[in-house]
Design a protein around this ligand. Structure first.
Ligand code: PMP
Length: 442
């Protein structure tokens, strides 16, 4: 018997959105890592707004910041005009950006969604370099509008649109260690991957026009929680710097302490040209920005307008999140909790060869579910087992654990819990996951 909210949603809301299909819940209340549905059942939320809720649901510092905007009758909307709230937000953000990047950086407010920041970045690099070509990566995810979608590495959502997508985007192999596109993996895979890119860009017979930019996620999220190796990112930075190509790092999902550093590109100690940010930056309210190096600041007034880029409540909430992450050293906490969850998952691997690959960084973790009885690939890894991943997700939900799937065949179980999760709560997540796994493989 479904409750009336879910029944009405089924009748009235298009089924095109994927979350309600996989997670059929009607939620009523939320606090910390927990959500409560309309029937009074509580769940641990390891989806957390697809990584948006860095401090979990309704964290006191976020709630207080939002209340204050209302209580003090601060302007809720100011277009691009500055306010004390906006000024504080920019100072708070710049204070946590690596100094080598922040020194010569400019910020643009882009709109409510991550996609808005990606669109803006695409336009900016094209204006600044006078080139129109852009390189992106297989498995990458940057948003659903037409410009951002044309950067998407997976064909599924693009297929039906064919002709209308930008055709000046080329795709490069992402250094996906477990399923190395060169059949190599490890250090060798990294080296060949870099050589491939360098060759494509320098060989006069290569057929790729000099690009305005290369856009990359330091940890691919939707693509299956795949971290780029530090050495590979450093190599990519060197290649792009030599060729005058802007390096855009998409930190929309991986940013703000999620991976154990404030920003995922910091693991590799590189200085990008553009960083696009959203999700956690608005403290659960919609906001996105791009921050970029001075040399790219070549837009004339009016080149990129937009009405809803001044959401004061999102900035106030975002400031509260950024300060909390910094003051409470949440990057280190996320790293420690991630390590704890990872060891639980590794001990399960001994009993369950279905957990083919356990990977990620900090509290951005993924488990690639495989079929141990299937035919192994060139690297000796068993094939993807999408159906089992889906069973596991279902069994988790029955046990009060919300998880989402991702990756090439939807076979990667993703863990994106709020970063304030405690050690006991991590153990609880692992316990529920283990019980679900046991039920799913039977
Ligand atoms: N880039 C990355 C890395 C993302 O994970 C997402 C959202 N999952 C986006 C861009 C797009 O953000 P939005 O859905 O807010 O448009």
């Amino acid at each position: 018997e479904e409750n009336p909210l879910l029944q009405r949603q089924k009748q009235q809301e298009s089924n095109a959105r994927s979350y309600p299909r996989r997670i059929p819940l009607a939620l009523k209340r939320a606090r910390g890592i927990h959500v409560e549905d309309v029937e009074g059942r509580t769940f641990i939320d390891c989806l957390a707004g697809a990584g948006t809720l860095a401090l979990g649901h309704n964290h006191p510092v976020v709630v207080e910041a939002i209340h204050k905007v209302l209580a003090d009758e601060l302007p809720l909307h100011t277009l691009d005009l500055t306010t004390p709230v906006k000024d504080a937000f920019v100072q708070d953000l710049f204070a946590v950006l690596p100094p080598a990047f922040a020194q010569k950086a400019k910020i643009q407010f882009c709109g409510p969604t991550g996609t808005d920041a990606v669109e803006a970045a695409l336009k900016l690099v094209r204006t600044a370099t006078g080139r129109s070509n852009v390189l992106a990566f297989q498995g990458g995810y940057h948003g659903m509008s037409q410009g951002a979608l044309s950067l998407m590495g997976s064909l599924g959502p693009k297929k039906a649109l064919g002709g209308i997508l930008a055709n000046n985007v080329q795709f490069l192999p992402f250094p996906y260690d477990f399923r190395c596109p060169f059949g190599l993996g490890g250090q060798q895979g990294v080296e060949v991957g870099l050589r491939y890119i360098e060759n494509l860009l320098t060989d006069p017979e290569g057929g790729v026009l000099p690009p305005a930019a290369i856009i990359v996620e330091a940890v691919q999220g939707e693509g299956g929680v795949i971290p780029a190796q530090d050495a590979w990112l450093r190599g990519l930075r060197e290649i792009t710097a030599r060729q005058g190509i802007a390096l855009i790092i998409d930190e929309i999902q991986s940013g703000f302490a999620r991976t154990g550093r404030m920003f995922a590109f910091e693991h590799a100690s590189i200085v990008p040209d553009v960083v696009v940010l959203s999700k956690a930056i608005g403290g659960s309210l919609p906001l996105s920005v791009m921050v970029y190096q001075d040399w790219l600041d070549q837009w004339q007034p009016g080149a990129h307008a937009g009405t809803f880029r001044g959401n004061q409540m999102a900035m106030a909430a975002g400031s509260a999140v950024i300060r909390f992450l910094d003051q409470e050293n949440i990057p280190a906490h996320a790293a420690a909790m991630g390590q704890r969850l990872r060891s639980h998952l590794h001990s399960l691997q001994a009993d369950y060869p279905h957990l083919g690959d356990i990977r990620g960084r900090g509290l951005m973790l993924g488990v690639e579910v495989v079929d141990p009885s299937g035919t192994r690939d060139v690297l000796g890894h068993a094939p993807a087992f999408t159906k089992l991943a889906s069973f596991i997700q279902n069994e988790c939900l029955k046990r009060g654990l919300i998880l989402e799937l991702g990756g090439r065949h939807g076979c990667v179980v993703r863990f994106l819990p709020p970063l304030i999760i405690t050690a006991e709560q991590v153990d609880e997540v692992a316990e529920r996951f283990a019980a679900a796994l046991k039920a799913a493989v039977q």
